[in-house]
Design a binder for this molecule. Structure first.
Ligand code: ZN
Length: 161
């Protein structure tokens, strides 16, 4: 058998081996989003990621992961998540109110209530959108150990003499 045939057999072997990349692991995705919905670091599950309800820390206090992952305009993904969450909230409120009160739907209350709900929802959903976007990013682009701060090579106690 020649080298070309061996290469072809190797190719067939590789192509027939099922591949399960970590990006497609459902349990991993559920773990990442479960941590994000508890406002925890999706990477390690630790730490409080917020200095205040609307202000995120620059990095995870437990594992040191940069929460914007070092990219400009990283917040746009979180804005998208927030927008989708608030739109879903609006749709549920609108359809729910219509189903419960039809045919006497309180349109005026719905109009002003929905506006207030959307403003309040954007504020309430903001931290969840940030952590869910980070979870989504970590799901698709697993954390490289180089992204995390490196431990000191020698403990301080050993350096002292
Ligand atoms: Zn962490």
């Amino acid at each position: 058998m020649g080298p070309r045939a061996l290469a072809h057999l190797r190719y067939l072997e590789i192509m027939s081996t099922p591949v399960s990349p970590p990006e497609l692991d459902l349990r991993r995705a559920l773990r990442l989003f479960g941590r994000a919905l508890r406002l925890r670091c999706p990477n390690c599950g630790g730490g409080s990621l917020f200095l205040s309800p609307l202000r995120q820390r620059p990095d995870c206090p437990t594992c040191g992961l940069q929460l914007d992952r070092g990219e400009s305009d990283y917040f746009l993904g979180a804005y998208l998540f927030n927008l989708v969450a608030v739109e879903l909230l609006f749709a549920v409120a609108l359809v729910g109110t219509m189903l419960l009160t039809w045919p006497n739907t309180p349109w005026t209350l719905l109009k002003y209530g929905a506006a207030a709900l959307m403003v309040l929802g954007a504020v309430v959903c903001h931290p969840f959108a940030l952590t869910c976007w980070l979870a989504f990013d970590v799901m698709l682009r697993p954390v490289d150990p180089a992204e995390l701060p490196q431990p000191l090579s020698e403990p301080v106690a050993r350096v002292r003499r």
